[in-house]
Design a protein around this ligand. Structure first.
Ligand SMILES: [Cu+2]
Length: 163
């Protein structure tokens, strides 16, 4: 009976938006390929609550939308897991895995790296902030400017110019 469940878990519905999560030693980077292509790092915030789960820059997504999460690793294997959404996917260097979720309530949902990845394995949390569609649109506009100076974006836009 588990085969059916496994199959259905891997059967991706049509996504409303895609985000890419890249596991690094020891933080996550998030990219928004269909919302301005910006990218930013999400580091554990020592001064914030909840302890060991709060981050400086959260992964922000709209409520009631199907979010496709592409997951990969930049150095060693990590794993992207958010218990409230029932998702956990390995972040493997050289491989792009996929999963999805649809949050039905606004709020902040937390997860942690779930593959032992070195010294700070316990200190690379995942914080997902689910907001209304209007708040998401407003956040995208701010984030495009805020993260425009990110070197990863400079490389991406240079590549766009050359195309
Ligand atoms: Cu990790």
């Amino acid at each position: 009976p588990s085969f059916r469940l496994l199959f259905e878990q891997l059967d991706l519905p049509k996504a409303d938006l895609t985000v890419k999560a890249v596991g690094k030693q020891w933080y996550w980077s998030y990219a928004y390929p269909d919302n301005g292509k910006f990218e930013f790092d999400s580091l554990m915030a020592h001064e914030k609550q909840p302890r060991m789960l709060a981050v400086d820059n959260e992964l922000v997504v709209p409520v009631n939308k199907i979010v496709r999460v592409q997951v990969t690793g930049a150095d060693v294997i990590h794993s992207f897991g958010v218990p409230a959404f029932g998702i956990k996917v390995d972040a493997i260097p050289g491989r792009l895995n996929e999963t999805w979720f649809k949050a039905t309530k606004t709020g902040v949902f937390y997860g942690q790296c779930s593959e032992l990845c070195g010294r700070d394995h316990a200190f690379m949390p995942i914080a997902v902030r689910v907001v209304s569609e209007q708040d998401f649109a407003a956040w995208i506009e701010t984030a495009k400017k805020k993260f425009a100076s990110n070197p990863a974006n400079a490389v991406a836009s240079a590549a766009d110019v050359m195309r």
